[in-house]
Design a protein around this ligand. Structure first.
Ligand code: NAD
Ligand code: MG
Length: 397
């Protein structure tokens, strides 16, 4: 029986993974090793009971007593805290879903790779912050990373059986997010609720806002560069509002392979779960006659500074990815808290990167986990300072 663990089980990707596992037979078909969550212990406990997990771990240490109560008598072990989550990644499992949101997903994913596991990677922040390290460790320990981000799953599928040397370009599609049709001058005043109204995909709160700002696509450009090892100038972004083509690969003979399907993450999660086979998946089938047409347009870089900044990050590489991601995470925290406006997120990230580039050497070939975590920490502090400076400027102090 195949054994699995899900990191970030209570989130949007985690719930979809759980759904697929249940449909495939649940505890009768898979042995569940570890399930982790943040603070929603009621849901975590319910999942752990249903799948008869060995252990359930919540990130929030205060929630441990509640988790223990909820799982009393179930035979499921409980633990809490970041180190307990990392330790859960040491438990043997054949297939590990990495679906924690943010840089917090890096350490458990890396630990799983160091045990040679197959890592289904939804946590794109891992590749953005530590791409070279992650890929090198996977190769060293004979582990496999299967992309779960829909674009990267699409590219992976389009490249199956192809020689990477035959790839000329990769075209990432972007829905454009909730605010794609707003006039530029209105964007600065966009609220959290408005940025959360995604037209096509139901996802976690953070990635939904990142879709509207295109920071999500910027992360995905870097993720593409790191995972597929192509040059930055080979990666293009196109807005495709219908989200039916999940991405495309262009080959040297001019052919383009496009991956199409309904916008449902259970496709790419299920593909990674069943790989290298394909199995039935409960996703809607496309009715092309009904769809009738698909549209594409080039993104406006003035509107999406993230798409410009990711190019600078790839140019510097090394620790620039960790700095970029951390600055973006903090800028998003401040936007969610109402401290800065929607367009300020781009300013904060740009300012943070500029400060860090003048303070330290971000470019390096040999980066350790400590370097990455240190850069992440520093970038968060610099981003907070940048937000304070912005607030002072606005209040005219
Ligand atoms: P989410 O916010 O819905 O869920 C995140 C999960 O991580 C939850 O279980 C939460 O409790 C847990 N978590 C949050 N902070 C944590 C911390 N500090 N330590 C440990 N656990 C923590 O997020 P999501 O939308 O499911 O996204 C998860 C990852 O997958 C992200 O990296 C995202 O970019 C990526 N992704 C998501 C989608 C999608 O459709 N939702 C698509 C592509 C990629
Ligand atoms: Mg994506």
């Amino acid at each position: 029986m195949r054994s699995i663990s899900i990191f970030g089980a209570t989130g949007s990707i985690g719930e979809s993974t759980y759904d697929l596992i249940l449909r495939a037979g649940g505890a009768e078909a898979f042995r569940t090793v570890a399930l982790t969550g943040g603070r929603n212990v009621a849901r975590l406990a319910e999942m752990a009971r249903t799948l008869r997990a060995d252990v359930a771990v919540c990130a929030d240490e205060q929630s441990l007593p509640a988790l223990r109560d909820a799982l009393a008598g179930s035979g499921v072990a409980v633990a809490a805290g970041d180190s307990a989550i990392a330790e859960a990644a040491d438990r043997p499992a054949d297939w590990v879903m990495s679906a924690i949101v943010g840089a917090a997903g890096l350490v458990p994913g890396l630990r799983a790779l160091r045990h040679g596991r197959t890592l289904a990677l939804a946590n794109k922040e891992s590749l953005v912050t530590a791409g070279p390290l992650l890929m090198a460790e996977a190769a060293r320990y004979g582990a496999r990373i299967l992309p779960v981000d829909s674009e990267h799953s699409a590219i992976f599928q389009a490249m199956a059986g192809e020689d990477i040397a035959a790839v000329e370009r990769i075209i990432l599609t972007a829905s454009g997010g909730a605010l794609r049709d707003w006039p530029m001058e209105k964007l600065a005043r966009a609220t959290v609720a408005e940025a959360l109204a995604h037209p096509n995909w139901a996802m976690g709160q953070r990635i939904t806002i990142d879709s509207a700002s295109m920071f999500n696509k910027a992360l995905e450009v870097i993720e593409t560069r790191e995972y597929f090892d192509v040059r930055p100038d080979q990666i293009e972004v196109i807005i495709h509002p219908e989200s039916l083509i999940h991405s495309m690969v262009g080959f040297r003979d001019g052919a383009i392979m496009a991956h199409m399907g309904a916008p449902d993450m259970r496709h790419s999660i299920g593909y990674a779960l069943n790989w290298p086979q394909r199995q039935d998946l409960p996703v809607a089938r496309l009715d092309l006659a009904k769809i009738a047409s698909m549209t594409f347009r080039a993104p406006d870089l003035a509107r999406y500074p993230a798409l410009r900044l990711c190019r600078d990050v790839m140019q510097t590489r090394g620790l620039a990815g960790a700095a970029f991601n951390a600055a973006k995470e903090r800028a998003l925290d401040h936007f969610l808290a109402g401290a800065i406006g929607f367009m300020d997120m781009g300013h904060v990230v740009e300012d943070t990167l500029a400060r860090l580039l003048s303070d330290m050497r971000l470019e390096t070939d040999a980066m350790t986990l400590e370097d990455i975590l240190g850069t992440d920490h520093l970038a968060r502090r610099r981003a907070d300072e940048s937000v304070q400076a912005l607030a002072k400027g606005k209040s005219g102090v």
